[in-house]
Write a protein that binds this ligand. Sequence first.
Ligand code: P1T
Length: 385
Amino acid sequence: MQKIKHMKFNTKTIHGGQKLDPAYGAVMPPIYQTTTYAQSTPGGHKGYEYSRTNNPTRNALENAFASIENGTHGLAFGSGLAAIDAVLKLLEPGDEVISTNDLYGGSYRLFTSIYKKFGIKFHFISMKDAENIETYINKNTKLIWVETPTNPLLNVIDIKACAKISKKHQLLLAVDNTFATPYLQLPLDLGADIVMHSATKYLGGHSDVVMGALIVKDRELADKLYFIQNASGAICGPQDSFLVLRGIKTLHVRMQRHCENAKAVAQYLSKHPKIENVFWPGLENHPNHKIAKEQMADFGGMVSFTTKGNNYKEAIKIVERLKVFTLAESLGGVESLAGHPASMTHASIPKEEREKTGLLDSLIRLSVGIEDKEDLIEDLNQAIN
Ligand code: P1T
C-alpha cells in the first residue's frame, strides 16, 4: 500500500510509488538478484515469473518514475537509447516522425542509422516556434519527438504548444526530459503522452549507472510499451534499479544546487571578454527565456558556451586545462563535467547538419555539478585565461 495519497514533489522523490517491505520492514526495497521465481503449479506464482518480464526491485523503481513524473506507469530500460528504441517500436514502416533538430547525437544516430532503414521517415526541424511543426505534418505522421532543453544548445521548446498540435492531429508527443528532470518540468501535465529519460543523468545522479526510463499516463499506451519492453528485452538489472531509486531520493536537493551553481557559472561566462555566446535558459537574452520561465521551475544545471571567433583550438585548450571539471561524456552527476560536443557527444551528426543548428566547433558544454560555485568559477577562469 502506498504510504500517503497526495504527496508534494519532494516527498514523492523519497516515497512516491513505494510500499513498505512486507517481509522484514526493510526501509529500502531489497535487491532481488534473481532470474526466476518458484511456482507451486504451472502459473501458480506470487506475481513474478521471470525477471525480464518483472522484477520487484525494478518495479519499485518504475513506480517511483511514474510518481515523480505525475504518470500512471513507469518503465525502466538498460539505457536512455533503449528507452527511445522502445518508443520507436510503436511505429510501422511508412510512418513519419517530426523531431527537434538540436538533440543528443545518439538519438539522432538511432533515428537515422537504424530506423530510417526500416522505412521510418524523420524530419529534423527547429521547434523554437512550435507552429513550425504543423508545416511538416501529413497523413503518415505519427510521432513528435521533443527534447527540451536541447542537448547541447539549451533551446527551450514550448511543450504546451506542441501538445496542442499533437492533439489536433492525433499524434503521439514524446518529450525527452533528461536535462530538465521532473523537478523543473512535468511534460505529462503539459499535455505530452510519453516522457523519456536517460536516467543515467540527473535521476541516477552519481555517474555510476546507465539506464533509461519511459513514463506514460494512459493504460493502453503503457500496455503497448510493456509488451515491447518484455518482447525486446532491453531491461535493466536489479542492482542498477536500486542505485537509481537511491539517486531519485535526493533529486530535489541536488537539482536545487545544480541550478544555483549553473546560474553563477552562466553569469560569470556572460561577462567574460573571450566568450562569444552563453547558452543557459535562465539568461534574459536567451531566445526562449520567456517560455522557460513559464514551463520550468528553474533553469537547470547545463551551460554551453562558444569562444570568440569560433576558435576550435582555443576550445580544446580550455577543456584540457580544466581541473575541477572533468573532461568526459555524460552529465547530471554530482561532479562537474565538461565536454566538446562536436568531437564527443555529437560527433555522430554530420558537420553540415551540426552547423545548421548552431552547434559550432568551438562549443563547450558544461554539466555544472554541486561543488562550491567559487571553485568552479576559479577553475573556468584559469582555463579560459
Ligand atoms: O546514454 P543513454 O543513457 O543511452 O541516454 C541517451 C540520451 C538520451 N537523451 C539525452 C538528452 C541524452 O543526453 C542522452 C545521453 N547523453 C550523453 C551521454 C551526453 O553526454 O550528452
